[in-house]
Ligand binder design. Structure first.
Ligand SMILES: [Zn+2]
Length: 226
């Protein structure tokens, strides 16, 4: 029995998966990323190469999490979670300990240190810090690579705006996610409450909206006139 069939049987308690399956480990992915696609009656699992040496139980938990997502509207599982899913969630929440810290940037590091001192008593361990180019994604925290990345639009913005995005992502690093009925929740009520503890939160959010509007207008202008 292959690993996908095993994952399926544990979760749906039936033998016939009804789909062809394949599993591929790829070096194209970021560390510990993964996805699943369904087409032509075929379930194709793509996992970062980093998953290969990880224990079979944890990989089964990962595959089960992906199955729950992709089959949500097609097949009702008999269990909402499994021991392997729990193991997988613990693994993802702890992986930052093993990830090498190689990426940083002076501006991001200053912001991280400011926010860490001011809101976390300096207790958050420094993750990898990087800029990205998207405007629609202001910031992100990636568990698998322990990386906070922040949109380059904040490079020249008021420091408070950058700090607010940093604060949001640091909350993700600190609080991780809650698992309920096989689904992971990142922006919980608790999370939103903590987010409001940022000084002048409402004002800062408004300023960020204004900044995005300004940049969008500039982009449209450049497209039309240059
Ligand atoms: Zn978030």
């Amino acid at each position: 029995m292959n690993i996908v069939e095993e994952a399926f049987q544990q979760l749906y308690l039936q033998k016939d998966l009804g789909y062809d399956t394949s599993i591929k480990y790829s070096s194209k992915f970021k560390p510990y990323n993964s996805n699943v696609r369904l087409y032509n009656n075929r379930l194709e699992f793509n996992l970062s190469r980093k998953w290969k040496p990880v224990s079979r139980e944890i990989q089964i938990g990962l595959i089960q999490s992906l199955l729950l997502k992709i089959l949500r509207n097609r097949l009702k599982p008999l269990k909402k979670t499994t021991q392997d899913i729990e193991l997988y969630n613990i693994f993802i929440k702890k992986i930052h300990i093993a990830v090498p810290k190689t990426k940083s940037d002076p501006l991001l590091e200053e912001s991280f240190n400011r926010v860490n001192e001011r809101y976390f008593y300096g207790l958050i361990e420094k993750p990898n810090l990087a800029w990205h180019n998207s405007i629609s994604k202001l910031g992100s925290y990636e568990y698998g690579s322990d990386t906070i990345s922040i949109s380059g639009i904040f490079k020249n913005a008021n420091k408070e705006l950058l700090d607010y995005i940093m604060y949001h992502e640091m909350l993700h690093k600190k609080h991780k996610f809650k698992n309920k009925n096989g689904r992971n929740y990142h922006h919980t009520t608790d999370f939103r409450k903590k987010e409001k503890e940022f000084e002048n939160q409402k004002y800062t959010e408004e300023e960020i909206k204004k900044l995005i509007r300004r940049i969008r207008r500039k982009l449209i202008f450049n497209r039309v006139f240059i």
